[in-house]
Write a new protein. Structure first.
Length: 615
């Protein structure tokens, strides 16, 4: 069959490209690209602190200008008319760094867009927080979380230590800054009061300071601030960043400055160096990645190459496996419990992450290493501890979350903060649960006779949407969740004829685009219902096809047509391959993984070849 020959040729092309792009240490390092916020923060920080790394500013500024839309806005995704908060962030970064002047044409276009959409007052709370840190917005509107929560032990639902690890890492400095109402500003820096729509937000005193009340610092608050400071310092990674997040590191630098640390102190200089190391440069522009995806990308590619036929004897696989093996996380401090330790065995998202393992990365690395089980004792031990940690992270409801076990969602109702429920707690997710099930079934041969697997299957059945889909928390969005759920259920033995599977396949075929592919808008993540993209994407098409392949014993017309499209679309760079398919914060943070157009098509093609080569 001609399509099989084309599939085989495409697989070889993908393998060849990935071989050439592997680094000497065994890793693959692709850009984790998001919106303008990290670039804007970096431009402001380098300029305000007069950092020796100021040579980055023109590269970051050029990237922002290249991303600006014709209407003056910056977007989070292609089919968006413009994102107000992103536009304010980019505008502020360009202005305060001195890279652009307010009267430049592109700045005037951005200003007009901001004012048309309600001004700074309508921005996301995280954007207002950034502005307040730089004396561009009044602090009184921010005091969302009381400091005393740091004193509560972990068994109290509202305790700081019950939040997801992502939130703890970010909120430790935020709690300090909100209490101190700290602002950092160069005397000569311009303001952005021209971006405000209402007069009440322009209340400055004669010295140009916001008219606002300070909060008294009592002994309990002082003790809480010391706890937050200690938490930050204990979670600084070897590269100087806080928890391997650029966003958290920015907040930490401001928090340390508010506590009296000097600009040239070693901890602040080390943090800036860490942020600089997150820079990804392409030609004449650069982007500060919020959290480089090296472990995630390397694990997924290593597994995909093995699915494509490379053995554990292949140097590319051996080098990748050695790289991943060295990054397994061991003993972790259990905050809020008298600094007791607990064993990990998991892996994190970024190379520099040493104390923040997550379920998705752990299952991804484990599937990349499973075939090494018979090789060396260090692999066998890594797999044993990793699998034990993974199984131990299963929630009582049967599902798996990303970072935390048995997170408490009810506490989010106490805090009226935008997106707080999307970050503070970490409930079971269909994508993480499905991917974990797929690993357990495909690689460990576990089936629905296992009690834990059975609980997980029941959770997925219970959480299937009425239309047959599942919502995926960390990808876009319903196609991602449905792919993960169906492939997971099939791997542990659910029949292709099961009503749950058939309902999902009916939905997937129903949403197929007219061009024979699949594409989903990031708007789905905002509205929590499926919204098609304006065109099919490479990644969504690969996920959808992999789902169909997992269910059908023979290739169907939809599969063959979609696969032909996938190979054609992936032969050249286009918006089909650059549309964001990773989700971070609904409505505010989306990711274009530069690795994804290499990973998912290869995996889908390999599964097609393996299953259908006899037809």
């Amino acid at each position: 069959m001609q399509i099989l020959e084309e599939v085989q040729a495409e697989i070889e092309r993908c393998i060849s490209r990935l071989r050439t792009e592997q680094h000497a240490d065994g890793s693959w390092r692709y850009c984790f690209e998001a919106g303008p916020v990290t670039d804007a923060y970096m431009m402001i920080l380098l300029s305000t602190l007069n950092s020796p790394h100021k040579e980055l500013i023109p590269l970051l500024g050029q990237r922002l200008l290249n991303k600006q839309a014709a209407n003056g806005a910056w977007k989070q995704f292609d089919d968006d008319e413009g994102h107000l908060s992103s536009t304010i962030e980019a505008y502020t970064g360009l202005l305060l760094s001195g890279y652009s002047d307010r009267h430049d044409r592109h700045m005037q276009l951005a200003e007009a867009f901001i004012l048309r959409n309600g001004g700074v007052e309508n921005a996301h709370i995280s954007t207002k927080f950034m502005l307040a840190l730089n004396h561009l917005y009044p602090w009184p509107a921010f005091y969302p979380i009381p400091l005393f929560l740091l004193h509560l032990p972990k068994f109290i639902p509202f305790s700081f230590y019950r939040w997801s690890s992502y939130v703890r890492t970010h909120f430790a400095p935020i709690l300090i800054l909100c209490h101190m109402k700290f602002s950092l500003r160069k005397p000569s820096a311009p303001d952005i009061t021209h971006l405000f729509v209402t007069r009440k937000h322009r209340r400055l005193d004669r010295k140009g300071r916001w008219l606002q009340k300070s909060r008294p610092t009592n002994p309990i608050s002082k003790a809480a601030i010391k706890k937050a400071e200690r938490y930050m310092l204990q979670n600084i990674e070897q590269d100087g960043t806080l928890g391997s997040y650029a966003s958290a590191t920015f907040f930490m630098i401001y928090a340390l400055l508010s506590l009296g640390y000097q600009h040239d102190s070693p901890v602040i200089q080390h943090a800036i160096q860490g942020l600089t190391s997150f820079g990804y440069q392409i030609n004449n522009e650069a982007h500060i990645q919020n959290s480089p995806s090296t472990v995630w990308d390397t694990a997924l590619i290593c597994h995909s190459l093995q699915e494509a036929g490379l053995t554990t004897e292949d140097p590319a696989i051996q080098n990748a496996a050695q790289y991943l093996l060295a990054l397994q996380q061991g003993e972790l401090r259990e905050e809020g419990r008298n600094t007791l330790n607990r064993l990990s065995g998991g892996w994190g998202f970024s190379e520099s992450s040493t104390a923040n393992p997550d379920v998705d990365d752990t299952q991804a690395v484990l599937r990349a290493l499973t075939r090494f089980a018979d090789h060396q004792i260090d692999y066998r031990e890594a797999l044993r501890t990793g699998i034990n940690w993974l199984l131990g992270m299963q929630n009582d409801d049967g599902g798996w979350a990303a970072f935390e076990k048995n997170s408490v969602p009810s506490m989010t109702r106490q805090f009226c903060i935008q997106n707080f429920a999307d970050t503070a707690v970490d409930p079971s997710a269909a994508d993480v649960t499905g991917r974990t099930l797929e690993f357990l079934g495909s690689h460990l041969k576990m089936t629905m006779t296992h009690p834990g697997v059975q609980d997980s299957v029941y959770w997925l059945i219970k959480n299937q949407k009425n239309d047959g889909s599942w919502y995926g928390r960390w990808g876009i969005s319903f196609i991602y969740g449905t792919w993960a759920a169906v492939t997971g259920l099939r791997a542990v033995g659910m029949s292709a004829d099961h009503p749950t599977i058939q309902h999902a396949i009916d939905w997937l075929l129903k949403i197929r685009q007219l061009d024979g592919g699949w594409g989903e808008s990031c708007k789905s993540d905002i509205h929590k219902n499926y919204i098609p993209a304006q065109y099919s994407t490479v990644v969504h098409t690969a996920w959808a096809l992999d789902t169909l392949i997992a269910v059908h014993d023979q290739p169907t017309e939809e599969i063959n047509k979609g696969l032909a499209n996938l190979m054609e679309w992936n032969s050249q760079e286009s918006k089909r391959s650059s549309y964001p398919t990773g989700a971070g914060l609904p409505g505010h943070f989306y990711i274009h993984y530069h690795s994804y157009p290499h990973i998912w098509p290869l995996l889908t093609l390999s599964h097609y070849w393996t299953k259908y080569k006899g037809y």
